[in-house]
Design a protein around this ligand. Structure first.
Ligand code: TRP
Ligand code: SF4
Length: 402
């Protein structure tokens, strides 16, 4: 594992319609933040969208470019992130096929989303080979870039966990070289006497005593070695943990901490519930959507007092309104000194303000579609270079012609 791949973030989004505030608050803001500290790869997961939308794929083609435009408008920066489209990097599919050879069927049947989604989505037949393979395709997406970190929501953590297991199994099968032990010994020598002693000591402590602290010390030490090659470092990292060379590093999930974005009806914001404000809604649509939101059902007339805890508008205030203003609004609601429209106006203004700069940038990109296409083309080329290096290595260790 070299430093840069360890510092790589990868994430994808399925192009199945317009992005809404749930995507913005739950995912995009996080992606944008990560750009400051990581080398980021963000992609349009169009094959993943096909696993559920295979009967009516037109929405996928329609929303792919628009989704990228919305990412850019929200602040994903093509100057320091690689933005690309999954289906244009065939190496993802090749790695998916190769990983499928070593993936026990039980591992896929056990992933919770497989059964959950089938039960939830009744209007489509998801008992397909492609849908069962959904998390393994995701593993291929991650491993083809040797990403160290995957920002995901809670529902995706099991997919990253599967990825770790598949990578471990892959390294176990294919990380063994005939002359592994000799190469390890030569690499240890290159580190100098003092480091060699430290390495052997922490390895022993980890393997015999299971001391995870010793493992961390060993890893940190290997990461800082200047006088061994990257391949040697991967060998030693594998050897330290008691396996062969690490070809596909295990990624970690970065769980997004933002709470669920409430929708217009008190449920989580989601296209399925038809309760969204999209990033493209103009101010008058935003105004209408918020004005028609249900409130505390006990507040029938303006003079009836209400209870904010029973009102979906209140959930939005948690996202958009300061604590001081919230205290005033709660008081006004309970004493019927303010009307619901007064209360809602704060939300309307906050959303319009939030989306205004985003929509301005969106318009610039919409006026320059060929510029957007260039960004995507360049991202695809850069991603493909990385993916090709990995797939060549994978073909080699699996005994396939280069
Ligand atoms: N399954 C993810 C979702 O629905 C999208 C996705 C596909 C993804 N491949 C990925 C996310 C790889 C992270 C890494 O949100
Ligand atoms: Fe909901 Fe605000 Fe109306 Fe109270 S005043 S019921 S919190 S919209």
């Amino acid at each position: 594992m070299n430093i840069s791949q360890n510092n790589r973030v990868l994430s994808g989004m399925r192009p199945t319609g317009l992005l809404h505030l749930g995507h913005y608050h739950g995912v995009l803001k996080n992606w944008i933040e990560l750009q400051h500290s990581y080398e980021c790869f963000y992609f349009v997961a169009d094959w993943h969208a096909l696993t559920t939308h295979y009967e009516n794929p037109s929405i996928i083609a329609e929303s792919s470019r628009d989704m990228v435009i919305d990412w850019l408008a929200a602040g994903v920066n093509p100057g320091n992130s690689t933005i690309f489209v999954q289906s244009r990097i065939p190496e993802h599919a090749e790695l998916h096929t190769l990983l499928s050879m070593i993936t026990p069927l039980g591992w896929l049947l056990r992933v919770p989303s497989y059964k959950d989604q089938q039960e939830k989505i009744k209007d489509r037949d998801l008992a397909t080979y492609g849908f069962l393979g959904y998390p393994l395709l995701q593993s291929a997406d991650i491993l083809i870039y040797k990403a160290g970190f995957v920002p995901v929501g809670e529902d995706q953590v099991a997919h990253v966990e599967l990825t770790r297991e598949v990578a471990r199994r892959f390294n176990h099968f294919y990380g063994k070289e005939a002359d592994f032990e000799q190469k390890v010994e030569a690499a240890i020598k290159k580190m100098g006497k003092k480091n060699a002693r430290l390495y052997n000591d922490v390895r022993k402590r980890f393997q015999e005593q299971g001391e995870s602290e010793a493992l961390s010390i060993g890893k940190a030490m290997l990461e800082s070695q200047q006088n061994i090659s990257l391949n040697d470092r991967d060998r030693l990292l594998g050897h330290l943990e008691g396996g062969g060379r690490i070809i596909l590093p295990e990624p970690q999930s970065l769980l997004s901490v933002s709470p669920k974005m409430p929708g217009l009806d008190g449920q989580k914001m989601s296209k399925t519930y038809n309760n969204t404000v999209t990033l493209r809604d103009p101010p008058e649509v935003i105004e209408k959507k918020i004005r028609t939101m249900p409130t505390d059902p006990a507040r029938v007339r303006r003079t009836d007092p209400g209870d904010p805890e029973k009102c979906p508008v209140w959930d939005l205030h948690q996202v958009y309104t300061s604590e001081t203003t919230r205290a005033q609004l709660a008081e006004g609601c309970k004493t019927a000194s303010i009307g619901c429209l007064d209360c809602k106006q704060h939300i309307i203004d906050a959303i319009i303000d939030e989306l205004k700069p985003i929509q301005q940038r969106m318009q610039d990109y919409l006026n320059d579609l060929s510029g957007v296409d260039s960004i995507i083309n360049e991202g695809c080329e850069a991603a493909r270079d990385v993916a090709q290096d990995t797939i060549e290595e994978v073909r080699k260790v699996m005994g396939l012609p280069g």
